[in-house]
Design a protein around this ligand. Structure first.
Ligand code: KIV
Ligand code: NA
Length: 264
């Protein structure tokens, strides 16, 4: 299988073909996820919760992200690798550049950062210097204390319009992809239609160009209550690799997520 690049995934959007993204944090799972045909691996700062047992993503450091990115890169077969810039590692464009360099040198192909139009300067500077960027909008978990909990974003007209504007401004600044987390299905559909770059969704309905899930959630092994947008693929699979394949197949076929996984 040849390597999947930004070019591959942008062409998918233009062709109206969906693609699948899954988190992975180590070499063994990166090998399995990419062998199962998942197009992109997200080395998410969700590793703070999933691997470290933290109660939020805030304690995660750049060095930890670089360590897990390098592990994933060693196991990866052909997927594109996206890595998260963690909390407070991109407060200024200079900081964003220094810390993106660490993730790219560890093996990332694109970096993700959380926020709205205030990221435009960083996005522009990174893009100009050859670093693809994916801004993450909607529920941005690094801002959980400001948001007052993990809640659906963009439900009122004013915040919905602001998200639509931010998405456009970030595209114009040079963003290569967007990620929408926990936003109403119709808002995510409108943003996806408004931009040329691929839009990845989680809890953002079935109209985005791609979907992402945290691996442990879709394997049904995350303790506690399961969010509405998650599906346990192990209930249909005989093995972890088959669960990854089913997830990819259903995302590409447009059968996952269903309307029942989205928010009004
Ligand atoms: O860290 C992560 O896994 C993420 C996804 C939930 C989008 O950012
Ligand atoms: Na994240």
């Amino acid at each position: 299988m040849s390597n999947i690049t930004l070019h591959t995934l942008t062409a998918r959007k233009q062709a109206g073909e969906k693609f699948a993204v899954l988190t992975a944090y180590d070499a063994t799972f990166a090998h399995l996820v990419s062998s199962a045909g998942i197009e992109m691996i997200l080395v998410g700062d969700s590793l703070g919760m999933v691997l470290q047992g933290q109660s939020s993503t805030l304690p995660v450091t750049v060095d930890e992200m670089a360590y897990h990115t390098a592990s994933v890169a060693r196991g990866n077969q052909s997927a594109m690798i996206m890595s998260d810039l963690p909390f407070m590692s991109y407060s200024t464009p200079e900081q964003a550049m220094d810390n993106s360099a660490k993730l790219m040198q560890a093996g990332a192909h694109i970096v993700k950062l959380e926020g709205g139009d205030w990221l435009c300067d960083s996005v522009r500077m990174l893009a100009e210097r050859g670093v693809p960027v994916c801004p993450h909008l909607g529920l941005t978990p690094q801002a959980v204390n400001k948001l007052g909990g993990y809640r659906v974003q963009g439900r009122d007209r004013q915040s919905a319009l602001k998200m639509i504007e931010d998405a456009k401004k970030l595209e114009d600044a040079g963003a290569s992809m967007l990620l929408l987390e926990c936003v109403p299905t119709l808002l995510a559909e409108e943003i996806t239609r408004n931009v040329e770059i691929p839009v990845i969704g989680i809890g953002a309905g079935h109209h985005t160009d791609a979907q992402v899930l945290v691996m442990h959630d879709m394997l049904g092994i995350t303790p506690g209550r399961r969010p509405k947008f998650v599906k346990d693929f192990m209930t249909e699979a005989d093995s972890i690799e088959q669960a990854f394949r089913l997830y990819g197949d259903q995302v590409r076929a447009g059968t996952f997520p269903g309307p029942e996984h989205g928010f009004e």
